[in-house]
Design a protein. Structure first.
Length: 207
């Protein structure tokens, strides 16, 4: 019964939501609006579960002296200290919570994105090596697109920006739509398997 009841709930609700999507009726709309209220009521419990999970994971790392376990102290102290500050002084403009967000969170996020830019550049350098015909096409297209985004491309030839935009609008967009179609079909297949009770891995594995 530990798996049958959750499985039954998932199957029934999935078909109800499918009917709501394809049958525009007041009954289905009222059902969906009621679900939104229920989901908003459930969200605090999701936050509590998230806090419990991150606490248990980091406490376990500290107890076992796992690699980089010292950072678990930083994570837990930052998490609960920031939450306590928000509860005590509020989250309005001018509060210590907003000061932490603007002076700690935002600079750290900017630093992470800066490091990500260097990481992407390194990955692009490794991926664009002309080791095959496909890689050569990718390398040439990438160079043209990059030149089309900077003033040097116009200085070399006025046709480069137009050609770069054509690459973005035609081959690139076609491939993106192909990927999107593949992802959509895969999501549909997985959804049908879940709705029919074939896919049960979300219950913890096994039948």
């Amino acid at each position: 019964m530990k798996k049958q009841i959750p499985l039954l709930i998932v199957i029934v609700l999935s078909f109800l939501f499918a009917l709501w999507a394809v049958i525009p009726h007041k009954v289905s709309e009222d059902f969906f609006q009621g679900y939104l209220v229920f989901a908003r009521a459930m969200s605090p419990f999701g936050v509590i579960l998230g806090l419990m999970s991150i606490t248990m994971v980091n406490v376990t790392k500290i107890k076992r002296k796992a690699p980089t376990w010292q950072y678990s102290y930083v994570t837990l102290i930052s998490l609960y200290l920031t939450a306590a500050i928000g509860f005590i002084w509020g989250t309005s403009e001018g509060s210590p919570y907003i000061w932490i967000f603007k002076n700690i969170q935002m600079p750290m996020s900017a630093t992470m994105f800066s490091l990500l830019a260097f990481y992407i550049s390194t990955a692009a350098y490794k991926a664009f090596r002309a080791r095959s015909a496909e890689a050569t096409v990718l390398l040439v297209a990438a160079i043209i697109v990059m030149l089309g985004q900077v003033p040097y491309g116009v200085m070399i030839s006025p046709k480069i920006p137009a050609f770069a935009q054509w690459i973005l609008d035609v081959p690139n967009l076609a491939s993106k739509r192909g990927f999107g179609l593949g992802v959509g079909l895969a999501m549909t297949a997985v959804s049908l398997k879940i709705m029919l009770g074939i896919e049960r891995s979300y219950l913890g594995g096994g039948d």
